[in-house]
Ligand binder design. Structure first.
Ligand code: UD1
Ligand code: MG
Length: 456
């Protein structure tokens, strides 16, 4: 059920000057997912009737990343207040509907959770206020706006760090950036905001000080600092990553996975570890990985876009790239790379292999150094290996090629033709042994060497 009276505006137009990046700030990833997507995913459970993202000009990749949410372009980045006004037209009649509520979120606070948005909305409803802002107490208030309250604890205004006096900077209560307001109050106040401040910007935060004079009320809620750190620099980004990793690891362990050394495991926001999965130290999960019950991932493995079925064993030092599907009880050992390939139940590739664009059927055994030659410089082709087949070490399988079930390929083969079921294929030069030739060779060479030394 969508909330017909709720509209959400997410501010994401800033280039993020302090990031020193060509990429829009909110597209920088935390736990493998762009910051803006974290914020949108945290807003989704609120089921807003409308979600509008304010993007900057020339940011098509951002518009694409936020879809299906609608985006509006703020042509000039004149400040957070101006950005919210830019979204007004997209809300249509809702913008002046006294029953409509607008929740403004920032695209650069990736740790925020649905519960915190709820808390802000509840606070405004309980206080019957026109505006509610979200406060928090960060360890280092640094560049955040400060919440300035009167002696009765009532919020009077928000002062941006750059405009604050030393006394104001000493205030520990900061603004997290989120604002929830009755729609007409929000937009009417924003039209009164000017840019006479240190940054020459139209600050969203100025609506609090303007509320009193307009006969409107403002209040604030307080939420945990762990969720509200904003990301303005690469240093902030690393701090947000660390906080997110800690949260994801706790969630994974709570759901029944063992992380032997949790602080060394990197998870993606969507990593799914089923109960009794064991992850050893120093494993990296990129986006799109699911590991089935009881599977084990050994140290120094890197997985991305991979499905691992129950009881499989991966690593140490394995690399599963996108499109890898590892069947139940299958084994992928050290220095094995798998890409866009399926290893069925019980299949084994234990050492030093590349399996790309391949289908390896049940119980097949892939010897050390096997390579599927899947690319001719222009197109990719597939290799099929039948159930129970045995591929000898150091074999090159030149795709497209099929090795039948139960077939054996001799070590060191280069296989360019299909191998029938149960056949033995040898694709290597025949060996010739010449009796005593090694001894004769040594005698010959040693003799020559001795003669030349005598002369010298
Ligand atoms: C803002 C708040 C500050 C708060 C902090 C919390 C204001 C004026 N300040 O400061 O009180 O403590 O967040 O993290 O609101 N944006 C636009 N258009 C613009 C400017 C910014 O869309 O013209 C977007 C940015 O992309 C960003 C968000 O708004 O996602 C916040 O902007 P940013 O410049 O990071 O504001 P802060 O200085 O962090
Ligand atoms: Mg910011």
């Amino acid at each position: 059920m969508s909330e017909p009276n709720l509209a959400v505006i997410v501010l994401a137009a800033g280039q993020g000057t302090r990031m020193r990046s060509r990429r829009p700030k909110v597209l920088h990833a935390v736990a493998g997912k762009p910051m803006i997507r974290h914020v949108l995913d945290a807003l989704a459970p609120l089921e807003p009737a409308r979600t509008v993202v304010v993007v900057g000009p020339g940011m098509p990749e951002l518009t694409e990343a936020v879809a299906p949410a609608e985006s509006v372009v703020q042509d000039e980045r004149l400040g957070t207040g101006h950005a919210v006004l830019t979204a007004e037209a997209a809300l249509g009649a809702r913008a002046q509907d006294p029953d409509a509520e607008v929740l403004v979120a920032l695209g650069d606070t990736p740790l925020v959770t649905p519960g915190t948005f709820d808390r802000l909305r509840r606070r405004r409803a309980e206080a019957n206020a026109d505006i509610a802002v979200l406060g928090f107490h960060p360890e280092d208030p640094g560049g955040y706006g400060r919440l300035i309250c009167d002696d009765a604890g009532r919020l009077r205004r928000i002062v941006e760090a750059k405009d604050a006096t030393p006394e104001e900077l000493a205030v520990g209560a900061c603004h997290a950036g989120m604002v929830c307001a009755r729609a007409p109050a929000l937009f009417d106040l924003l039209r009164r905001v000017d840019n006479a401040n240190a940054k020459g910007e139209y600050y969203l935060t100025d609506i609090v000080a303007l509320a009193d004079g307009a006969g409107l009320t403002a209040t604030h809620a307080v939420a945990p600092a762990t969720e509200l750190q904003g990301v303005n620099s690469r240093i902030d980004l690393a701090a947000a990553e660390a906080a997110m990793q800690q949260r994801l690891r706790h969630a994974a362990m709570t759901c029944g996975a063992t992380l032997v050394a949790p602080e060394t495991v990197t998870l993606a926001a969507d990593t799914l570890l089923e109960p009794d999965v064991v992850v050893h130290p120093h494993v990296v999960f990129g986006p799109g990985v699911r590991v089935g019950e009881g599977a084990e991932v050994l140290s120094f493995s890197h997985l991305e876009g991979a499905q691992v079925a129950a009881g499989a064993k991966i690593g140490p030092y394995a690399r599963l790239r996108p499109g890898s599907e590892i069947g139940a009880e299958a084994r992928v050992g050290n220095f094995v790379e798998v890409k866009n390939a399926r290893l069925a139940a019980g299949a084994k590739a234990n050492h030093l292999s590349y399996l790309g664009d391949a289908d390896v059927a049940e119980g097949a055994n892939i010897g050390a150094g096997t390579i599927t030659c899947n690319y001719d410089g222009y197109t990719k082709a597939r290799t099929a290996i039948g159930a129970g087949a045995f591929i000898g070490s150091n074999t090159a399988l030149v795709a497209p090629v099929r090795v039948g079930q139960g077939a054996i390929v001799g070590a060191g083969s280069t296989i360019t033709k299909d191998v029938p079921d149960d056949a033995l294929a040898l694709g290597r030069g025949d060996q010739r042994n010449r009796d005593a030739a090694a001894r004769r060779f040594r005698e010959l060479r040693q003799g020559a060497k001795d003669r030349s030394e005598d002369k010298g």
